[in-house]
Write a protein that binds this ligand. Structure first.
Ligand code: ADP
Ligand code: MG
Length: 273
């Protein structure tokens, strides 16, 4: 585990330099640069179609960039499959979470971890130990589940995200990528997930937090990359940008002002017509 104090301006764990990606004639990303450090949260903000998912798919080994470089520990990397990124310690939690609602929490916790320990048909899974590990790891993240045998489907949306985060941290993620983990949640549930993002950060993980909500990003973010139609609208360190500026840059100031005018009620006519 990385020293939690190693963050806060330490060397970059992950770095993007002028990354670009096209889908046919669509320029999904162009000239994107940012940094992810251990024990820090890099937020990627942008509206629908901004290129957020494309960016994380590059980091997760799903897509290869057409331009620019991705560096891990200062070394250029080229992932040809998600497995490569995972082996390098980059874990991604997608919106659908890849969890099975009817399955017990502890089974979901170990789901997908089997390939590294495969020993043919005679492999035995130590369920008592798996339950114990699940309970302990979730407790370390501040989640007190009473019963690891409980189906994942009985957990709240926020708790489910948290199980996915705890799982990634347990299996040794150095970089944890979260694709809009708070977007489908209410205010209270979103707060729970933000707390677990902070927990992962405090354990020394470099977190990439994708969201379109500046109010979710700002309290936990150490760095903010703003995307608009595949271009960078800025890559700021905490303190260099306010939540209002993030909102304004994302909305494209003028467009928002125009919309506000358009939505204003017309003044009532004096003659009542
Ligand atoms: N597999 C793909 N094939 C073609 N176009 C794509 C593909 N993935 C994304 N795009 C396009 O790239 C742009 C960025 O999309 P995406 O990264 O999903 O944005 P976001 O996640 O910010 O909503 C969009 O114009 C989208 O239509
Ligand atoms: Mg997306």
């Amino acid at each position: 585990m990385t020293d939690p104090g190693a963050g806060l301006g330490g060397p970059a764990l992950l770095e993007l330099r002028d990354v670009g990606k096209d889908f046919g004639s669509v320029i999904a990303l162009d000239g994107i640069s940012t940094t992810v450090r251990a024990g820090e949260v890099t937020c990627v903000l942008g509206d629908n179609g901004a290129g957020k998912s494309t960016l994380i798919k590059i980091l997760a080994g799903v897509h290869r960039p057409d331009r620019g470089q991705v560096l891990l520990d200062g070394q250029p990397v080229s992932f040809s499959a998600p497995r490569d990124a995972l082996d390098a310690g980059i874990a991604t939690v997608y919106q659908d979470l890849a969890m099975i609602p009817l399955m017990a929490i502890w089974r979901n916790f170990f789901l997908g971890a089997e390939p590294t320990r495969g020993r043919g048909p005679f492999r035995r899974f130590d369920s008592a130990r798996a339950k114990e590990v699940t309970r302990r790891e979730l407790l370390a993240m501040g989640i007190d589940i009473r019963d690891p045998d409980q189906p994942v489907g009985t957990l709240s949306g926020g708790e489910r995200q948290s199980v996915a985060i705890a799982r990634a941290v347990h299996f040794g993620a150095r970089v944890l990528i979260l694709d809009e983990p708070t977007s489908a949640l209410g205010v209270k549930q979103a707060g729970i997930v933000l707390r677990y993002i902070a927990q992962a950060r405090d354990r020394g993980v470099g977190v990439v937090f994708i969201t379109h909500n500046p109010h979710h990003a700002h309290p936990v973010g150490d760095r903010f990359l703003l995307l608009g139609r595949g271009r960078s609208l800025g890559d700021f360190a905490k303190g260099e940008v306010s939540v209002e500026e993030i909102t304004r840059l994302m909305a494209g100031g003028a467009e928002l002002a125009e919309l506000t005018t358009e939505l204003e009620r017309p003044l009532p006519q004096k003659d009542g017509s």
